[in-house]
Design a binder for this molecule. Sequence first.
Ligand code: SF4
Length: 251
Amino acid sequence: MPRPVTAALIARLTEQYPQLDLAERLMTARRVIGGRIVFTTSFGIEDQAITHVVFTAGLEIDVVTFDTGRLFPETLDVWGNTERHYGRQIRALCPDRDGTERFVERYGVRGFRTSLEARLACCALRKVRPLGRALAGAAAWITGLRADQSPERAQTTCAGFDLLHRIIKLNPLFDWTRDRVVAFVRGRGVPYNPMHDQGFLSIGCAPCTRAVAPGESERSGRWWWEQEEKTECGLHADPPTWRSRSALSRA
Ligand code: SF4
């Protein structure tokens, strides 16, 4: 459980956030939270909105990403365009080399398609473990989660305590709609992935992402071949399920 001072901080942010715009939410977090704050971006449209505020307001927040080795070329273009646009570098976290070689040897190069266990092991290796390195020693973690992205994210709140990493977790877009995010990004000329305009509402690794049809949920194009537990990679498991815990131990 969070310490009383942390719980009080989360309660304060929870009370204030609904009245604040995005910039005010991020500036408030930076003002009231001591220590390092980490923002993890996958260059999705929500993350681009947050990146825009962090960089234009000059907030002392570390912006990091997971270079999984399986990203779309278009995502790499957004990464480069964003760095050029704002004149800032985004830190890349890569999967462990030995772990990657062991994974491919054990499961094969497309092994993540063979079973849920293999897929979670791949996500653990390429995302969850690098996240642990990114958050080591940090006081807070900022994400681009929205509550209406999927049923699994419906309980997303503006601020909470991440039990796995024992850190404050902030979701400054928790109450935004997709339309509001799109309007924010387009209205400010923020670089974004053109795949979003082609039905790719949620963009992750290339082999595990496809476009969705109108009316389908935003994250239904992720791990679409799985029948259950298909819309999360383990980054936002809190507390971790037995499956993600065991995947971490195997990766
Ligand atoms: Fe591996 Fe797919 Fe997860 Fe990327 S999204 S880490 S390729 S299983």
